[in-house]
Design a protein around this ligand. Structure first.
Ligand SMILES: [Zn+2]
Length: 115
């Protein structure tokens, strides 16, 4: 399963980060997932929890930030969140817009325990 691989990579990255920082405890990890990244956030969360259950990382929380497609207006330069077709610029009503983003899959942040 696609999401299982991603969840496993996230956990590896967290372990790696923890080692780099002398075994610091990572409490929470935030991921930004675009609408077009072909990742189901619910399924990702499910895989993540299955993988950390019963391990030393079982306290780790996953925060998935789902990002909608963004469009850029070629007429006035506005960036806007494009929820539904047709994508019309909210600034100038132009339909000459192009897709920018919405396929991101990246780390947003990590919360580590203060010592
Ligand atoms: Zn515009």
């Amino acid at each position: 399963m696609h999401e299982m691989g991603i969840a496993s990579s996230v956990i590896d990255a967290v372990r790696h980060e923890s080692e780099l920082r002398n075994g610091v405890r990572v409490l929470k990890v935030g991921l930004r997932v675009g609408e077009f990244a072909a990742v189901d956030p619910e399924s990702l969360r499910f895989c993540f929890e299955a993988l950390i259950a019963g391990t030393d990382l079982q306290h780790l929380q996953l925060d998935v930030q789902f990002c909608h497609r963004r469009n850029h207006c070629q007429h006035c330069g506005e960036y806007f969140e494009a929820a539904e077709f047709p994508f019309i610029c909210p600034q100038c009503d132009s339909i000459a817009t192009e897709s920018k983003g919405g396929d991101e899959l990246e780390f947003a942040y990590m919360e580590i325990e203060e010592t």
